[in-house]
Design a binder for this molecule. Structure first.
Ligand SMILES: O=P(O)(O)O[C@H]1O[C@H](CO)[C@@H](O)[C@H]1O
Ligand SMILES: O=c1cc[nH]c(=O)[nH]1
Length: 239
């Protein structure tokens, strides 16, 4: 049902494009809209969780903040897909590397997302460990586009954690041994909600912290370090 105006987004029917970039931070949404889109219009500022629509190289695109953590992203992605006819969601987030093989500012495309969250246990009545995965076409485009743009991209699974402060004892090390590249807080729910609505989703993340080497991108540098990832995401969005 495409109805417009939901509990958390005040856009009218037709205000939001079919493809939406989703950063966690609403100010990153504003920065993306003002930096990359032509004639951006803010369609919602409910709870200061900004959403904008504008043009990128002749195509309509939207950018919507998701907030931090899966319950918040779940609300925004659900409303975009159910009430605004959105078909493609591309997360543009930050993450902490779980291996010293990833450098600060590098981009990871999350092929899948494991999580300690209870959301999918509830959804599937504890009967299965649902495996949230990226849309293959978006993932393939991410790799092709990064190569065309001469940008380094890593592809692999991430952890979508519920806890920012505190590694559940030994968990990060164990996950890294099983190939999990980085920890962020939304991809698993993004992939699951997109699957529920038959939509396409991909999570790209920029490494802002390395939890093994204890390196961190400074608060001032965080915005500019996102440019590579956002430029890949924008190209995916119009391809
Ligand atoms: O930079 P964003 O997109 O918010 O993503 C990461 O940053 C937040 C934690 O600081 C969490 O939302 C995590 O997933
Ligand atoms: O969830 C996140 C995001 C960035 N850096 C982290 O260490 N964790």
């Amino acid at each position: 049902m495409i109805s417009g105006v939901t509990a958390h987004i005040s856009a009218e029917n037709g205000d939001i494009a079919e493809t939406v970039l989703m950063p966690g931070d609403p100010l990153r949404a504003k920065w993306i809209a003002e930096t990359y889109l032509t004639d951006p219009v803010c369609y919602s500022s409910v709870r200061n969780m900004y959403g904008f629509t504008g043009m990128f190289r002749g195509q309509r695109l939207s950018v919507q903040g998701s907030g931090m953590g899966m319950p918040s992203l779940s609300i925004y992605s659900h409303e975009l897909l159910e009430s605004y006819g959105v078909k493609t969601l591309i997360r543009v987030g930050s993450a902490g590397a779980l291996t010293d093989k990833l450098n600060l500012r590098e981009v990871v495309a999350a092929s899948g997302a494991t999580s300690e969250s209870n959301l999918n246990r509830m959804r599937f009545n504890n009967l299965v460990e649902y495996a949230p995965v990226a849309n293959f076409d978006l993932l393939r485009n991410a790799v092709d586009i990064a190569n065309e743009q001469n940008k380094k991209i890593h592809v692999g699974p991430v952890l979508s954690g519920d806890v920012f402060y505190g590694d559940p004892p030994g968990l990060y090390k164990k996950l890294a041994e099983y190939g999990v590249l980085a920890v962020e807080m939304e991809a698993a729910e993004l992939y699951t909600v997109a699957a529920k609505f038959g939509a396409r989703a991909l999570a790209l993340v920029t490494i802002s912290d390395n939890l093994v080497t204890d390196e961190h991108v400074s608060a001032e540098e965080r915005q500019s370090s996102f440019a590579d990832m956002v430029e890949i995401a924008l190209e995916i969005a119009i391809r």
